[in-house]
Design a protein around this ligand. Structure first.
Ligand code: NAP
Length: 289
């Protein structure tokens, strides 16, 4: 039986992993968030790993407020960067395999082909820089790690683009959405199942992996599909990014190459629209009940 610690488990990815707990009766999960285990506290991490003897630690905790990070870099760095140093040190000491999640925002988005795991990061936002610091700490300290870079994460839970578009779509007659930033949405349930499948296979392959749903779209196309599938009566208009200024600069091209994870772990990745349909069906069920 594998013993698995999940940190940051009240967030989108953590809750998605938790929703599949019953599918893995051979795994003993402990789900924690900041109240049970603050990943910025190295003594608490050390004590937790010492007492409970885990095989795997899935780190879903992060500072994910991308725009806020521009003016709050100290806190973003502490959670996305320094905390990864503490986690990697404790995992090494207590012989725990570390699975960590990173982001497409470590790249600058100037490429016009999907980013592979060997492309050199060059973040253009404070959030991206803080996540890169975390990646570097883990890579420098540990041989027993998997870092999955993902992008455009949404889920049945919490704040994300799907929820925001549905909310404003209902409230307003029209929406303006950026058409010149391209990427691939990722349904957190799909990513959760991939992480659990990697553990199910005993993580025979380590290092960096890229994972998103299949397909490349703009935020405008994504928003349009969310509105259509939700049956909301709202016009979606395409605008250039320069007409929607944000504190943090976003990469224009955020597509991640998922060839390596598909090959090493023999995975098939769902197409983004099929996963969006699942999410919206779940949200519709929730709003009925
Ligand atoms: N969201 C995206 O679009 C996106 C895109 C690419 C990559 N990623 C990466 O994917 C991963 C999962 O993202 P997500 O969207 O699931 O994140 P999330 O919903 O923001 O969840 C993060 C969780 O970590 C908790 N947390 C905050 N500080 C903590 C601490 N000191 N110790 C323990 N837990 C703490 C948060 O609690 P509070 O809510 O109380 O702060 C929250 O429950 C992250 O590594 C993120 O960088 C996300």
């Amino acid at each position: 039986m594998s013993k698995i610690l999940v940190t940051g488990s009240n967030g989108q990815l953590g809750r998605s992993i938790k929703s599949f707990e019953a599918l893995y009766p051979d795994c003993d999960f402990i789900f924690t968030d900041i109240d049970e285990l603050n990943i910025c506290n190295p003594d608490q991490i050390d004590q937790f790993l010492q007492d409970k003897r885990f095989d795997y630690l899935i780190n879903c905790a992060a500072y994910t407020a991308v725009d806020q990070a521009e003016t709050d870099y100290k806190n973003a760095l502490m959670l996305n960067g320094t905390a990864c140093l503490h986690l990697a040190e404790a995992c090494k000491k207590h012989i725990v395999s570390l699975l960590h999640i990173s982001t497409d925002f470590v790249f600058d988005g100037t490429k016009n082909q999907p980013y592979t795991e060997t492309d050199v990061p060059n973040p253009i936002s404070a959030y991206g820089r803080s996540k890169l610091v975390g990646e570097n700490h883990i890579q420098q300290l540990s041989d027993d790690f998997i870092i999955i870079r993902t992008a455009w994460l949404y889920s049945d839970y919490g704040h994300n683009f799907v929820h925001t578009i549905r909310k404003y779509g209902r409230e307003k007659g029209s929406l303006q959405v950026v058409h010149d930033q391209l990427g691939s949405p990722t349904y957190a349930s799909d990513l959760a199942l991939v992480i659990l499948e990697m553990i199910n296979q005993d993580c025979p392959h380590k290092g960096f992996y890229h994972y998103t749903n299949e397909g490349v779209i703009s935020w405008y196309e994504f928003a349009n599909e969310i509105i259509q599938l939700s049956g909301i009566n709202c016009e979606v208009n395409a605008i250039p990014g320069m007409e929607y200024p944000t504190a943090a600069t976003r990469p224009a091209y955020s597509v991640l190459d998922t060839t390596k994870i598909k090959k090493d772990y023999e995975l098939e990745i769902p197409f983004w629209r099929n996963s969006l349909i699942k999410c919206i069906e779940n949200l519709k069920k929730e709003s009925i009940s």
